[in-house]
Design a protein around this ligand. Structure first.
Ligand SMILES: O=C(O)C(=O)C[C@]1(C(=O)O)C=C[C@@H](O)C=C1
Length: 363
């Protein structure tokens, strides 16, 4: 036996030992989570098992303790799955997302809740809201803004008619691929299917590589991937999940025009989330139609040194909602300085609703 094979055997024995330790520790952790569930139920028969603020703290702590060689994001992803499995022992969690299966929203849902969550595709954003409101699912996941294409207006509009809370956010790096099926003639591609937002995110690449192909917008990237299965002259632009789901081959990888192309998704639910330490708050404010309204709205944030992370204007849909602003800022409603700003804004606005305070996305 050579030196290298002796070392290999020794190393594998060590890995077996470590795996045994990891197994024992994960089981101990899972038993602890089961006890947590009993404690929660003893306090409240309608206990909420999923605790986004605690999960954010666990993941941030792991990332700060990590010394490598695995990078901190990778380590947090492993712990994300351990917690997901522990939560499933407490209560299998149901999550509605903007479908169909294979969309980036499903990928975001799994990134946030882990693979042990039961994810259910919905046909439209308002259906995700309705399922959460009706209590048919525990949470929902909807896209809200893309770094290249901007805001998802439909999501913001749906908040205006809903009493739902924002419980979290997740940001997903969006990589688009040009996909074909095993029957596609790759030199004869004359039609490309995708979601309009994805066409927007890959515009330059398409102009350079497929200037003459017909671009056919469809309701989702997953739908685009499905259509390609039946047409020999067509391709689709979609992500990894859709490619795997429909068994498609990549003709070109990562064709998005901007390498930092990412989408932010919101986790919606029916309860408020306590402080995690690094939080964000989203509000919707209606101002009266008068000069200086936007200045009046923003001035208290500036004075109290609160960091705004986003502001969007949407047309009002009733007489009262003259100007409607969606504002995200750092901080939690339970912090005194945030409460003080909101009190001031409330006096200046014709209506203010807090959509939710929630932990800033960790992964
Ligand atoms: O700390 C809790 O409340 C738990 O239920 C435990 C735990 C975990 O595995 O760490 C599981 C699910 C919750 O969403 C948060 C954390």
């Amino acid at each position: 036996m050579s030196d290298s094979s002796i070392n290999l055997d020794e190393l594998r024995q060590r890995i077996d030992q470590l795996d045994g330790d990891i197994l024992r520790l994960i089981s101990e952790r899972a038993a602890c989570a089961q006890k947590v569930a009993h404690v929660k139920l003893a306090h409240d028969k309608d206990a909420v098992f999923y605790r986004p603020e605690r999960e954010a703290q666990v993941l941030r702590r792991i990332m700060s303790l990590n010394e490598g060689p695995l990078d901190s994001e990778e380590m947090a992803r492993l712990f994300r799955e351990i917690m997901s499995a522990c939560l499933a022992l407490e209560q299998p969690i149901k999550v509605a997302y903007l479908g169909p299966e294979g969309t980036f929203t499903q990928q975001a849902a799994l990134k946030h809740f882990g693979e042990s969550a039961i994810s259910l595709p919905m046909a439209a954003i308002d259906e995700v809201f309705r399922e959460v409101e009706a209590g048919a699912v525990n949470y929902g996941v909807v896209p809200v803004e893309n770094s290249t294409e901007g805001v998802v207006n439909h999501t913001l509009d749906t908040f205006m008619d809903s009493s739902i809370h924002i419980c979290g956010e997740v940001v997903l790096r969006i990589h688009h691929h040009l996909l074909i099926s095993d029957t596609t003639r790759r030199d004869k591609i004359s039609r490309i299917y995708s979601h309009p937002q994805s066409f927007g995110q890959c515009r330059k690449w398409l102009d350079a590589h497929y200037p003459h192909a017909e671009r056919v917008p469809v309701s989702s990237n997953a739908e685009a991937a499905k259509l390609v299965k039946t047409e020999w002259h067509s391709a689709a632009i979609a992500g990894d999940m859709a490619a795997k789901l429909y068994g498609l081959e990549r003709v070109a990888d990562k064709i998005e025009d901007r390498p930092d192309n990412s989408t932010r998704f919101l986790i919606i639910g029916s309860h408020q989330v306590p402080m995690a330490g690094e939080d964000k708050t989203s509000i919707v404010v209606a101002m009266r139609n008068q000069p200086g309204a936007l200045h009046d709205l923003l001035e208290p944030f500036h004075r109290h040194k609160i960091d705004l992370t986003r502001i969007e204007t949407r047309p009002s849909r009733t007489g009262v909602w003259n100007y409607v602003f969606f504002i995200d800022f750092k901080g939690h409603v339970d912090e005194p300085r945030v409460a003080a700003v909101l009190d001031e804004v409330r006096l200046r606005a014709s209506e203010l609703r807090v959509l939710g305070s929630y932990p800033q996305g960790v992964l």
